[in-house]
Write a protein that binds this ligand. Structure first.
Ligand code: AMP
Ligand code: MG
Length: 196
């Protein structure tokens, strides 16, 4: 059992901002977990990396081990309370796109919803340029568009291996944020019914 929502979107789309605002508004009580944090804690414990932005450069098999560990911890949490996972549908690695949720991993998590936050490539590029905290890869608008296309395709494959419904939420400049937050609140509120 448990109620699990995965929230995905490429770096710079506004995923964390929307998620935090929606959590303040929903009547459902979610535990917010960052999948990257869970993987990172394990990676540090194993002595593999010192910074989270080094993880995507690890060999794919090692990343999969970290994904499995993270998923196992998260299902334990989901037994107790609804969980919202801040994560990525695919990760752009130096050697190609890595699935954020290979079959074994998505089967463990069995999410109820996969939310995809999207914006236009130019909006994403602008937000990335304003956020200098992270060691982000520099991408063109075409590359951003392709990555978003791939994330939709990945979401379909995750829905194939779970009971998830896919929800696409657009986060555009000027009042798009408000609407995006409202859309996410509607999805989160479903957890109240589930637990009632
Ligand atoms: P974030 O802070 O959400 O940008 O995530 C930081 C890092 O965590 C990413 O660059 C990835 O290396 C890793 N990460 C997050 N979610 C996943 C996932 N589902 N599969 C593999 N790596 C992930
Ligand atoms: Mg984030």
């Amino acid at each position: 059992m448990g109620f699990v929502i995965m929230i995905t979107g490429i770096p710079g789309v506004g995923k964390s901002t929307i998620t935090k605002l929606a959590l303040k508004r929903t009547r459902a009580r979610f535990r917010l977990v960052n999948f990257g944090d869970m993987m990172f804690e394990e990676a540090v414990r194993m002595g593999l990396v010192k910074h989270r932005d080094e993880m995507r450069k690890l060999d794919p098999q090692t990343q999969k081990t970290l994904q499995l560990k993270a998923a196992q911890r998260i299902v334990e949490i989901a037994r107790e309370e609804p969980v919202l996972i801040d994560t990525h549908a695919t990760i752009k690695t130096p050697v190609g796109y890595l699935l954020g949720f290979p079959r074994e991993v998505i089967e463990i998590l069995n999410p109820n919803f996969i939310v995809i936050i999207e914006a236009t490539p130019s909006e994403i590029l602008g937000r990335r340029l304003r956020d200098l905290k992270r060691d982000r890869d520099v991408e063109t608008e075409e590359q951003i568009a392709r990555h978003q296309d791939l994330n939709r395709a990945a979401a379909i494959s995750y829905a194939m291996h779970s009971n998830a419904l896919i929800k696409i939420i657009e986060n555009h400049e000027d009042k798009g944020l408000e609407e995006a937050v409202n859309e996410l609140v509607k999805v989160l509120d479903l957890a109240v019914r589930e637990y009632a």
